[in-house]
Design a protein. Structure first.
Length: 228
């Protein structure tokens, strides 16, 4: 692992602090909004958005500590950071292109902007700022699928057990509604149009593509900054 320059440390620290502070602030404000709000009240911690935000806040704080101590940053942190970055990218993309159009004017509230835009942008930027000094083999692209896959399992168990994500709602997002008209493998003329299994496969393929793209771009950036 190559040592970080002072400029890298300052930029990375600013991105990490902004991301962690935004994640915590957005979570607190969402929880305080009450159960009637989208992803609000005590339900808030059952959503992938909040779980991925808190995961990235933890990763950023840990990375901040590693960044300024005299020992090298652990190699495993780069891999964890990579998996977390892919997850938070999914959070931003799904909200922006799938959920926000359904929510309309109330989509981009202050807490939603923090958790779905500020945190993803800062974390993605920080991934490339720090990642050039690490070494993440391209075969580890599949690691980006692990947190979302874990959430799919969690949401499926929650559906079977009858847990609520909002009053009277047993699923977190429309594409994870196993009881929709499309069911698991079917199709329908109304939302969600495709069965849950098809949505999961589509999102996993999207995640794999994002993971491979990030590692490819990281290799290209590293080659430009540190030519052999």
């Amino acid at each position: 692992m190559r040592p970080f320059s002072f400029r890298q440390k300052l930029l990375s620290a600013a991105l990490k602090i902004t991301a962690a502070a935004s994640a915590v602030t957005g979570t607190v404000l969402s929880a305080a909004a009450g159960r009637t709000a989208f992803m609000g009240g005590s339900f808030v911690f059952r959503y992938f958005t909040i779980q991925s935000n808190l995961l990235l806040a933890f990763i950023c704080v840990a990375g901040l500590v590693f960044l300024f101590r005299k020992k090298p940053v652990p190699a495993g942190w780069f891999t964890v950071k990579f998996a977390g970055t892919v997850s938070i990218t999914l959070t931003g993309l799904v909200f922006t292109f799938m959920l926000a159009p359904l929510l309309g004017a109330r989509a981009w509230s202050f807490p939603n902007t923090l958790t779905h835009a500020v945190v993803p942008v800062c974390c993605i930027a920080d991934f490339f700022v720090t990642g050039v000094n690490g070494d993440i083999p391209r075969r580890k692209a599949v690691y980006g699928l692990l947190p979302p896959l874990a959430y799919v399992i969690y949401a499926g168990i929650a559906y079977v057990l009858g847990w609520e994500f909002a009053p009277g709602v047993r699923y977190p997002y429309f594409f994870l509604n196993w009881g929709s008209p499309a069911g698991a493998f079917g199709f329908s003329s109304e939302l969600p149009f495709l069965g849950t299994v098809w949505w999961i496969l589509i999102l996993l393929l999207l995640l794999l593509g994002i993971s491979a793209l990030y590692l490819h771009l990281l290799d290209r950036l590293r080659a430009r900054i540190y030519p052999e």
